[in-house]
Design a protein around this ligand. Structure first.
Ligand code: SF4
Length: 331
């Protein structure tokens, strides 16, 4: 692919002076770097910082996570969203702690992207990011920020994954691969932003073929958001505590506790349930509307203390609605 080469020294120099002060950038602990990458996959940087500190405090080493109960991990992750990441991280920690003879890594995180990729929850981006940042392996990573910078710098309206990877491989500065990958991502996050790129202060302005019409690159992805309506049936025990259910490990809010949800427009068939109100919740590809109903649990069924269990953001909203309508006997 013909493109104008980036001035690597200028971009690295810009990164050295303008990078955001992010706590994991001061750490050379591979586990801490891995945690930051997993958190940042689907969490904004500002919240990522908060959760990173929380996770590091609760699980300072791979071993400490491996020996923890998965519920403990989910509780620490509560609020960060996309809980399957936390479950996979827990499995990853356990797998790394296994002896080599059992397919593990004797408690030491593998150093190459190839080996990292074999661990649960690690995709090509995370493998390359961790290998380059934590272990200085000369491998280029590609994420949405880098794809946007690539599309603009080489004036490509719809670069494929392979084209973007090729571009990133060609650009890679092998002596400082971790800083180089982070510099490109930082440029995308803070200068070559999706809506308002700051071309006038951009360190790669000179080599950029798309700077006169940055908004033409890349063309937006057409992802469809599905609207789904649910019925939520909340049941209270004799003491006024709600009965909660642990969701299956895979699927929506995997492994977290929450209220009973049915994908349905219909009102409940149980006429003992009263309507409480509606909650809306948006996930990446799903707009959820939840009609909440409340009634009594059968017989001696015991409720739970919601504060003691890991709930999803959606279930917290349902809980807030119930509190706002004074649905609980006890606070
Ligand atoms: S010059 Fe503008 S469009 Fe080009 S890389 Fe820099 S910020 Fe992005």
């Amino acid at each position: 692919m013909g493109h104008v080469a980036l001035d690597q020294a200028v971009l690295l120099n810009w990164y050295d002076h303008h990078q955001r002060d992010l706590p994991w950038r001061k750490s050379c602990h591979p586990w801490h770097i891995l945690l930051s990458e997993i958190l940042l996959q689907q969490t904004q940087v500002s919240r990522g910082i908060e959760y990173w500190h929380r996770m590091i405090e609760a699980f300072p080493t791979i071993e400490s996570m491996a020996v923890a109960e998965v519920d403990h991990v989910l509780k620490a992750w509560e609020g960060a969203g996309y809980y399957s990441r936390a479950r996979r991280l827990h499995t990853l920690a356990q797998q790394v702690m296994l002896p080599l003879s059992e397919g593990g890594h004797n408690g030491v995180l593998p150093q190459t992207a190839e080996d990292l990729l074999k661990l649960p929850g690690i995709g090509p981006y995370t493998a390359a990011a961790v290998a380059s940042i934590a272990f200085s392996q000369p491998i280029a990573c590609v994420d949405g920020n880098i794809r946007r910078v690539m599309a603009r710098q080489s004036a490509q309206p719809a670069p494929t994954v392979n084209q973007t990877q090729q571009w990133a491989d060609d650009c890679l500065e092998p002596l400082r691969p971790g800083d180089w990958n982070q510099a490109l991502m930082e440029l995308g996050a803070t200068v070559c932003k999706p809506r308002q790129p700051s071309c006038e202060v951009c360190p790669i302005h000179e080599s950029c073929s798309g700077k006169s019409t940055p908004h033409s690159y890349p063309l937006p992805n057409k992802t469809k958001t599905k609207s789904v309506t649910y019925r939520c049936e909340v049941r209270l025990d004799e003491t006024g505590q709600p009965v909660l259910y642990q969701r299956p490990p895979s699927g929506l809010f995997g492994g977290l506790w929450g209220f009973e949800l049915f994908e349905s427009f219909d009102d409940p068939s149980d006429h003992m349930l009263g309507y409480v109100g509606q909650v809306k919740h948006t996930l990446s590809h799903r707009k959820m509307t939840i009609n909440v109903w409340i009634g009594r649990a059968e017989g001696s069924v015991q409720g739970h203390h919601p504060k003691e269990l890991a709930l999803s953001g959606l279930d917290h909203k349902i809980l807030e609605l119930l509190h706002s309508k004074d649905c609980f006997v006890s606070p």
